[in-house]
Design a binder for this molecule. Structure first.
Ligand code: ADP
Length: 318
């Protein structure tokens, strides 16, 4: 039976990570466990940055963005000898198991530790909503809401000046943020990995929009196209003046939305229950509105076509 557990946040930060840490700490203490925070992800685990948490340690954290226990990257964590040092550090404190909050890189690390005897449960903390197995990740809803707020403002000024706004959003390998934002703001065009890109079609759509509208919104996922080249093509070949806005890191910050707070809190409770049931190497997923624990390998190998499906719905709205 486990007695002491640790919690860490790793990879890119996401709003709601604090709510998840708080839930793990509070649920763990409620079940009679000692709970420890590992600062700065696997790097802090390697460096032995470990501190015991109490109920009060997580007071007034629920509504805060970022992660108060820090996050960092440690590429060397893939080496067994590095993980052995981490396990020695955990043994020093008598910590038997961990909750690891992060993206799929964090999940791989959690799986490797589980194979070496430290049972880990993964929680999906990333704004990109790019973890297969779960329909929603902690932080996605807040980032989406930040994007929608920013694009609504850009639309106001675009309409005044008869401009085309090209807005770059995060989500390098996954267009979930771009497509959901596209639906929520009524964008004319979304460009991301799932949609593909055809400049001629984009120009045609922008020209079509110019016949009846004073604005045109194009949402682009980062690293998918040469955004400056698109801006130039719109300026040269359509009646619109194009302006590019890169939203950048503001998408990562901010107080989590109620949905993210609830998702993070309930997932944190579920992770502790999983550890108490003697399980490890699983991650908590939301599937059709319900939380369930799924083996990490199985979750990471699942096909993810929900983003492409959403794009079909977006296109119906044009
Ligand atoms: P995310 O968790 O958001 O995907 P990263 O890909 O940066 O972010 O992964 C976070 C950390 O997880 C890395 O810095 C590394 O310590 C650990 N990690 C990533 N991939 C692996 C792997 N294949 N094996 C072991 N640890 C890994």
């Amino acid at each position: 039976m486990i007695k002491k557990i640790g919690v860490l946040t790793s990879g890119g930060d996401a709003p709601g990570m604090n709510a998840a840490v708080r839930a793990v700490v509070r649920a763990g203490i409620t079940h009679g466990l000692e709970v420890y925070a590992i600062y700065d992800g696997y790097r802090g685990l390697y460096e032995g940055k470990i501190e015991r948490m109490y109920r009060k340690s997580v007071s007034e954290k629920l509504n805060r963005g970022g992660t108060f226990i820090g996050t960092a990257r440690l590429p060397e964590f893939k080496y067994e000898e590095v993980r052995e040092v981490c396990i020695e550090n955990l043994h020093e404190y008598g910590i038997d198991a961990l909750v690891c909050i992060g993206g799929d890189g964090t999940y791989h690390g959690a799986l490797e530790l589980t194979k070496m005897g430290i049972y880990c449960i993964g929680l999906p903390g990333t704004i990109d909503n790019d973890i297969s197995g779960t329909e929603y990740t902690i932080g996605f809803d807040t980032a989406l809401s930040t994007i929608v707020d920013a694009v609504d403002k850009l639309r106001d000024t675009s309409s005044s000046h008869r401009r085309c706004s090209i807005v770059e959003v995060m989500g390098r390998n996954c267009g979930a943020l771009a497509i959901h934002a596209g639906i929520a703001v009524g964008a004319e065009i979304v460009i991301c990995a799932e949609t593909g890109y055809n400049e001629e079609e984009v120009i045609k759509t922008v020209c079509e929009a110019a016949k009846s509208k004073r604005h045109c919104i194009i949402i682009v996922s980062e690293h998918t196209i040469d955004i400056k080249a698109l801006e130039q093509a719109i300026n040269e070949r359509t009646p619109f003046n194009a302006r590019t806005t890169v939203l950048g890191y503001i998408q990562r910050g901010g107080s989590p939305t109620p949905r993210d707070r609830i998702l993070a809190s309930t997932m944190g409770v579920k992770a502790v229950e999983e550890l108490l049931a003697g399980n490890g190497g699983t991650c908590i997923c939301e599937v059709e509105g319900k939380l369930k624990a799924v083996p990490i390998e199985e979750a990471l190998n699942q096909k993810r076509d929900q983003v492409s499906e959403k794009y079909r719905e977006f296109k119906e709205l044009w």
